[in-house]
Design a protein around this ligand. Structure first.
Ligand code: DLL
Length: 434
């Protein structure tokens, strides 16, 4: 089995707990002394750093929310002095102000280690050519995977996002075996590779990829793996905590291994905020255990997921993050029913007559919510075959209604019609919010 840091990745659960406890105690004191907004939260409930004696006390600590970061924009949440910060990243949230994160050199090194662990989990080694097609810039995808690939000693191709034809040429000519990009972009690349008549395994030597930055379903994973003949690993991260590499799938795909020596995960009930046990779905919360620049305690990510601690055949002992099913702010409420885009994607991917390129339009007409799913027909179906297209539409409508418990209008369009994205796909237009 390949590991990047076996002494940590396969540490016993008891040793890990001791390490987490020691780090949490230190972290809480550091944050109390250096991050004024959080100190105020602790003072408000008369909690002292000395009340936190082990990781089991974590539930006593108040939550940090995105609004705290916005209120402190841009630098109010930084705990390290300006002279110790070496990098800023920011996330352009779909709603509202940028959330800014500052990193010290130690933060960057730890993040690179986590990204390196992730790449090794996905099958990279020192002989690998790692093609990074995540955007380089304020977004953490590009630079995060870049530093990870260098740290583990692979050759990194810093392609960044965009210019799809050139990306394909580079992947083919440089013989990349590992690719890093969003799941929606790898599908786009697969379409273009097919159009160019290039053969996976012959002209394209990819054997694995780490795909993340947006929610994607198991159906999407199967499609990617089948079309390109590669292992598709899910990778998770967020700029406030660390970019890509907070968690990643290993080859057994039993859930993404969380780098929980640095980032402590919890799942809490979305309404009551009470901690939930393994297996139950709720909001994902992270506490940074080692960060200096912008440490965060019990940060509510708004991502909806569950955790599992079943042993993994790879030997890694970390707690695992099951696939993110959506974001609490991406959840659509259609006539009172909760719908996540990932549920829609799962239904679409089970139907081979349509391609996984789709957009969801939500509106309110005569006080009633309406939902339209615009999806491309697969290239093997012609829009001119009217009766066949109508049959596909009817089947999808009925599958969607039974999966979502709410009806949706299905609009089938020709291949290539739905806008492609080089970064995070924007899949929803909710006119009720405009
Ligand atoms: O998206 C970091 C990243 C880059 C992760 C490349 C993976 C690969 P942000 O722009 O701050 O950072 O957005 C973070 O993206 O809270 C999730 O909602 C979503 N997200 C990230 N990874 C996944 C994933 C990067 N694997 C937000 N599955 C997070 C589902 C994901 N959603």
């Amino acid at each position: 089995m390949q590991y990047f840091q076996p002494e940590i990745e396969t540490m016993s659960v008891a040793e890990k707990k001791e390490l987490q406890s020691e780090r949490l105690v230190r972290m809480v004191k550091y944050v109390y002394d250096n991050q004024l907004p959080y100190r105020a939260k602790m003072d408000a409930i008369k909690l002292k750093p000395s009340d936190i004696k082990s990781i089991d006390d974590i539930y006593k600590l108040p939550y940090t929310v995105k609004q705290d970061l916005r209120d402190a924009y841009p630098f109010g949440m930084m705990a390290a002095p300006r002279r110790d910060l070496v990098r800023l990243h920011a996330s352009s949230a779909t709603t509202g102000k940028l959330t800014v994160a500052g990193y010290t050199q130690k933060d960057i090194d730890i993040w690179a280690e986590c990204a390196a662990r992730s790449l090794v989990m996905a099958g990279a080694d020192k002989e690998s050519v790692v093609h990074v097609a995540y955007g380089y810039g304020l977004f953490t995808g590009g630079l995060g995977m870049h530093y990870g690939a260098e740290k583990m000693g692979a050759v990194v191709v810093p392609a960044s996002a965009g210019n799809t034809q050139k990306q394909i040429q580079l992947i083919a000519d440089f013989g990349a075996d590992i690719i890093c990009c969003t799941p929606s972009y790898i599908i786009y690349l697969a379409d273009e590779i097919e159009k160019l008549g290039l053969k996976p395994g012959v002209d394209i030597k990819l054997k694995g990829g780490v795909f993340g930055a947006e929610a994607w379903s198991e159906g999407m994973r199967e499609t990617i793996e089948k079309r390109l003949g590669i292992r598709a690993c899910d990778i998770y991260g967020l700029s406030e905590i660390a970019g890509p590499g907070v968690a990643c799938d290993c080859q057994f795909k039993t859930g993404m291994h969380i780098q929980d020596d640095h980032f402590y995960p919890e799942i809490v009930d979305v309404d009551t905020l009470e901690p939930l046990p393994y297996g139950e779905s709720g909001e994902l919360v992270f506490t940074t255990l080692t960060k200096e620049g912008m440490p965060l305690i019990r940060y509510r990510t708004r991502d909806i997921a569950s955790l599992n601690n079943a042993p993994c055949p790879c030997g890694r002992t970390s707690v695992k993050l099951n696939k993110i099913t959506g974001r609490s702010d991406d959840m659509l409420i259609i006539r009172g029913v909760n719908v996540f885009p990932s549920q829609i994607e799962s239904v679409l991917l089970k139907n081979t007559d349509v391609a996984p390129h789709y957009h969801i339009n939500v509106d309110r007409v005569n006080n009633l919510d309406t939902m339209e799913i615009v999806v491309e027909l697969s290239p093997s179906v012609s829009v001119d075959e009217v009766a066949h297209v109508e049959e596909i539409r009817r089947k999808l409508s009925s599958d969607m209604a039974s999966a979502l418990s709410v009806s949706a209008k299905i609009t089938l369009v020709s291949p290539g019609t739905v806008a492609r994205s080089e970064g995070k796909a924007k899949r929803i237009t909710d006119k009720r919010k405009l």
